[in-house]
Design a binder for this molecule. Structure first.
Ligand SMILES: Cc1cc2nc3c(=O)[nH]c(=O)nc-3n(C[C@H](O)[C@H](O)[C@H](O)COP(=O)(O)OP(=O)(O)OC[C@H]3O[C@@H](n4cnc5c(N)ncnc54)[C@H](O)[C@@H]3O)c2cc1C
Length: 464
């Protein structure tokens, strides 16, 4: 049975007494790519900031779903993200969690591989770096805390209700930043969103359960000619032993581990718990089959061992908030300029086929601006939305959801939320120029004129 609600099912009327456990200037719901950075930005701006995360670690899809490479920092050789996200990459490197930015070929065994610059990392080290980043900024962090409802004051969001191992509690704030990726606060507060349509729910982009293999000869695999990788991938797909035409993996420092993004679970609505559970189980069955195939057929993987499977299946697509501007593919391709630009996207444009084994993957020719208006729901005071759920069309979301971009959006949302809380006004009343000036002071790149093509001594030789 699917988890979607039957309108005719009996209803249990509950009376809840929820203690209010604290009051903050800014609450950030979700401690992933965008939420961690939003919270650090707000706290550094002097706002009392609470970060609520339902997993046991920060970092979001990058850590608990083990998607172990940050994309979106570079378009070609030009770095388009600075500020706090760049600081986090340096912290991760200082802890030995990455060798730094590197040249990489995305989906190398697919029909349309894309050379780009990524930041591959060891997700376990990133968890530690995220803890320290939040702590050093003075963010109040509560892990294992699931945000279940907004606290409403008329049409305005003024806090959230959380469920944790100790029960249910509420926290109040002037501004809530929804960084859950699924627009959990936004949808529950009645804000309009895209992506809930029944028809679309059945054809979302597939989920991927990431797994990690140890004892891999990464260099040997990387050295294979592309045609050989492609032939192996197609052989595996034809035999039903692997599930899409890519042998995509990232590697950690030391080049002995492969963190594999190779499973592909279609037909999942990740807003439905029954579907999500099915994705985990189908994902594990796929992992078993893929590991078998890699060991048997793919050079470099002969002696590999399954080290871990991500704690949570990776979800590419759920809701997107309906905001004051919806970023479009035409905005991206046309290089549209926005007076309220607060972050830059790099691409790639990355849309996986709902069924099938294909992917639409291409790099925009240049970086693109994302306006502040994409973070502001049409008509919900007290709420700022950031990360994957910002206001964008489905295809534009394929280019704006990468973690480097999500982090840049996170920094902008944190600065905006802190300013609104401190000035006692709504986020929509804050002058975008004030946000842009603060971001720029902190090294963020907010508009195309901030770019300087880098002869990247930041990138290392090849294929980390
Ligand atoms: C399989 C896959 C491969 C991808 N490949 C790449 C890649 O190679 N490089 C790249 O840069 N991007 C990649 N992406 C995209 C990227 O990971 C996400 O789009 C990005 O993480 C979005 O950032 P976010 O902050 O919006 O969400 P997330 O990073 O997902 O963080 C959301 C956080 O909110 C928390 N949360 C959710 N609901 C609640 C709640 N109710 N209460 C409390 N906390 C909550 C979650 O636990 C999570 O920590 C990939 C995504 C997937 C699924």
């Amino acid at each position: 049975m699917k988890g979607a609600r039957d309108p005719k099912a009996p209803v249990l009327q509950e009376q809840l007494r929820t203690p209010v456990d604290g009051e903050y200037d800014v609450i950030v719901a979700g401690g992933g790519a965008s939420g961690l950075i939003a919270a650090v930005a707000a706290a550094r701006a002097g706002a009392r900031t609470l970060l609520l995360e339902h997993a046991g670690c920060l970092g979001g899809t990058g850590t608990y779903a083990m998607v172990a490479q940050w994309l979106g920092f570079y378009n070609g050789d030009t770095r388009v993200v600075g500020g706090l996200p760049l600081e986090l990459t340096r912290r991760v490197q200082a802890l030995g969690g990455s060798d730094g930015f590197a040249r990489y070929v995305l989906a190398e065994a697919s029909a349309r591989p894309i050379p780009l610059v990524n930041f591959p990392f060891n997700p376990e080290v990133v968890k530690i770096a995220c803890d320290r980043f939040a702590r050093d900024a003075g963010v109040h962090v509560r892990l294992h805390s699931r945000v279940v409802a907004p606290v409403m004051d008329g049409p305005a969001v003024r806090g959230v209700v959380v469920e944790d191992v100790g029960g249910r509690r509420a926290f109040l704030s002037r501004v809530v930043v929804d960084a859950t990726g699924d627009a959990i606060v936004g949808a529950a507060s009645g804000a309009a969103f895209e992506g809930g349509e029944e028809e679309l729910r059945r054809r979302r982009q597939p989920c991927t359960l990431v797994f990690r293999l140890s004892n891999v000869d990464v260099a040997r695999f990387r050295a294979l000619p592309r045609e050989e990788k492609r032939a192996l991938a197609l052989e595996g797909v034809d035999a039903g032993r692997i599930f899409w035409e890519s042998l995509s993996f990232c590697s950690t420092p030391g080049n002995t581990d492969a963190i594999c993004l190779m499973s592909r679970i279609p037909g999942i609505d990740a807003l439905d718990a029954v579907d999500l559970g099915r994705a985990e189980m189908e994902g594990r069955a796929q992992v078993h089959s893929i590991v078998d195939f890699l060991r048997e057929r793919v050079p470099g993987f002969e002696r590999s061992t399954l080290a871990s499977i991500a704690a949570h299946v990776g979800v590419r697509e759920t809701r997107r908030i309906r905001g004051r501007h919806a970023l479009t593919e035409a905005d991206i391709v046309g290089g549209r300029r926005f007076a309220d630009a607060i972050a830059l996207g790099a691409g790639p444009m990355d849309l996986h086929e709902a069924g099938g084994t294909g992917i639409s993957l291409w790099m925009p020719e240049h970086a693109f601006e994302i306006p502040l208006a994409c973070l502001l729901p049409e008509a919900t005071p007290g709420l700022v939305v950031t990360g994957r759920a910002i206001s964008a069309t489905r295809s534009a979301n394929g280019g704006s959801r990468h973690m480097g971009t999500a982090m840049a959006l996170g920094e902008a949302s944190g600065v905006l939320a802190a300013a609104a809380a401190q000035q006692g006004v709504e986020a929509a009343q804050i002058d975008a120029e004030q946000v842009r000036a603060t971001l720029r002071r902190h090294g963020a790149l907010v508009a195309l004129e901030d770019l300087q093509p880098e002869r990247s001594n930041e990138t290392t030789a090849l294929n980390a």
